[in-house]
Design a protein around this ligand. Sequence first.
Ligand code: GTP
Length: 581
Amino acid sequence: MSLNRLFRLISIGLLMLFLAFAVALVWTEWSTYRNGANSVPALRNLRLALLAMEKISAERGPANAFLGAPAQQSEALLKQLASARQQTDVALASLHAALEADARLRQSWALDKVRTVEQGLGPARANLDRVARLSADNRSDVLVLAAVAGMVDLMPLMIRVVSELTLEVDRADPRLRDGLSAVRATASLREYAGQVGSRFVAPLITQRQLAQDEVIEIGRLYGRIELLRGVVAAQMAGYVSQPQFAEALDRVDKEYFDSGFQFLDFLLQIGLHSSSYGVSTADLYKFYVPQMQSITDLRDLLLAELMRQAEQNNARARNLLVLVVGLTLTACLFFQLLMVLIRRRVVQPLVRATDLVAGLVEGKLEQEIPEARYRDEIAAMMRALRVLKQRMRERNSLASEREALITQLQTSSNTDFLTGVLNRRAFFTQAGQQMGLSQRYGRGMAVVLFDIDHFKRINDTYGHQAGDVILRGVAQLVAGLLRKVDVLARYGGEEFVILLPEADLVQAGSVAEKLRAALEHADFEIEDGRRIKVSASFGVAALCDGAGLEELIRRADLALYRAKRIGRNRVEQATADDLMS
Ligand SMILES: Nc1nc2c(ncn2[C@@H]2O[C@H](COP(=O)(O)OP(=O)(O)OP(=O)(O)O)[C@@H](O)[C@H]2O)c(=O)[nH]1
């Protein structure tokens, strides 16, 4: 796999991994933010539910007072009760409207229960009013207990509404869990405080001793209240460093536990042994109910703090989401840029350099080696490649020069400098090779020796230079008349030798005759423009009875000698006498 392709695959793989990681991160932050965004509306709903619960509890105060009041006090208490009932109705209507407006809660159990409470409130109030309007003699203990219980029985439904809405807040932002527990504990404390007060209503109205089951129930409620006091104190541990929380908790201790609770304790001590309480339900409403306000205030303070925390958490989640998205996008961009940079500055130049080196190895010295864009290691490599290419060029040119020189030297060492035909040494080299082939394959071969006649006279008459001109002319003429396979060489002085491969004596004689005739008819122009005629004598010998080259030349030389002797300008072939001599 090429480096380029490998890098591309690695880049894509890394980018995929990176994107998966980024998407997971953004998704987590987005979910936190989206869930957290529900925490504030969910807290508002919870606050409305707690308020409605408180109002229902609070309504029991004037209601209980009204139950036990003599006729002359009824009108004033009725007004207070009407006002309390209106506040309950407003609080329940607000809660109802808020739950209906919330798409997630429109079909919820919480809304069903709110409706049930709204529906149950009418009959409970009507029953309470009916009992309150009875004459004192007719307000039996059972009727009063039933009237009080009618209102108290609505509370479990409201507690479930509160539980469900608390869960909504918890789901939206689990970090609010501790604060929510504190709020719930405070709300429960307020509810049980109301309930324990209500337990004294019937005995106060009917001026009787506390029944045994009432004592047990009051004891149970005392236990719960004490337990909740501990729970609230524990839950508040994280808050009491802030003065407003410390003060609110202190107020609960002083106003409710030290004052209100003491008042109930006083009634309990009386109710255990006698019926002479000396207080009415109106007194209970007047002395006890206001002390519970400190619990409600603490709850509201906690709710406000929770709201602040929820908003702060939301803002943080939003900021974190923006930061994560921003960082992810930046990192993504940076990663892409990094990959492009590595590809452009490292991978591609490396691949290019590899191609260039491969090209140089193949001898492609014409290829252009580009200038590197940056002053880095790649630039150094390109510079080195340019130097390498230059050196290779120089070496190649040196090699060519040397080869040309060798060829030139070989040519000049094999060539006769005057006539341009082979010299005697080269003739023997080539003739020796031919002789070997002829002997191996049994082919014929002949040698012709010829010598220009009376050449000394030409030199003497026209000068040595004219003699040279004629030597060149004779060599060119003869070379032009021979086959390519024939080997012509200057044998020495004005004497030439010709090797005729695959020729017998007769064929060689014919060739010699043709040459002789050509020379006889030719004339050669010397420097002063004069034309000079020459003739030559030829001796011919052919290969037979396994004779070697030397022997062949010797016989041709004998024949040439004979031709000179007989009269020149003629061709003589080697004879049987030449063979034996
Ligand atoms: N101009 C010139 N003359 C040469 C060269 N080589 C040899 N000669 C001359 O060739 C002549 C040969 O003369 P000889 O050997 O006496 O023979 P010839 O005069 O040709 O007489 P025959 O061969 O008997 O016909 C000599 O005078 C040499 O000096 C050369 O390269 N150039």
